[in-house]
Design a protein around this ligand. Structure first.
Ligand code: UDP
Ligand code: MG
Length: 161
């Protein structure tokens, strides 16, 4: 099934200059990028994005992490991407690796580049949507509809002679 999935290169990924490596690794999934932008993450956006974790003891620190508050003022941003293609959600999750970077396979993005902070937050350099419902919710949260390129097998009207 053709799916869309949200990917965030988190502030630690940007600070570690991993953008190129991460995009190269994700290209193994043979998907299309249909949306991309740099976002300064507000507290509200961070809290909504991680709403499923709001009762966890690490929630406050997690919100600070995705906002870049742990990485100095220069890295208060993320790179947000939407990938589209066959089985996109699982393909990206596989390349991203397990949530805990110490348990993640070392050949995955999180296994290769993630760490656990002294406060216990998993700094795992990348977010990817976990299922179709989450993907839809997250893409709507981070992107306006007009910021996503619509892929279509049919030629667009203005492209026709
Ligand atoms: N996280 C953490 N400790 C945990 C679980 C999660 O620090 O015990 C952080 C980690 O950065 C993770 C994010 O919270 O990527 C979202 O957690 P989720 O369970 O949704 O994992 P993911 O979908 O990112 O693999
Ligand atoms: Mg998740």
């Amino acid at each position: 099934m053709v799916q869309k999935t949200l990917v965030l290169i988190k502030p630690d990924g940007l600070q570690k200059s991993l953008t190129g490596n991460i995009l190269t690794k994700l290209s193994e999934a043979k998907l299309d990028i249909v949306g991309a932008k740099v976002v300064r993450v507000s507290k509200e956006l961070a809290e909504q994005h991680y709403q499923h974790l709001k009762d966890k003891p690490f929630f406050t620190e997690l919100v600070r992490y995705i906002q870049g508050k742990l990485h100095g003022p220069h890295y208060e941003r993320v790179l947000a991407l939407v990938y589209e293609g066959e089985d996109a959600i699982n393909r990206v999750r596989k390349i991203a690796g397990a949530t805990n970077p110490e348990e993640a396979d070392p050949t995955t993005i999180r296994g290769a580049y993630g760490r656990i902070t002294t406060k216990g937050v998993y700094e795992n350099v990348i977010h990817s949507s976990s299922d179709p419902k989450d993907a839809e919710r997250e893409i709507a949260l981070w992107f306006k509809p007009e910021e996503i390129v619509v892929s279509s097998a049919e030629p667009k009207k203005e492209d026709q002679a």
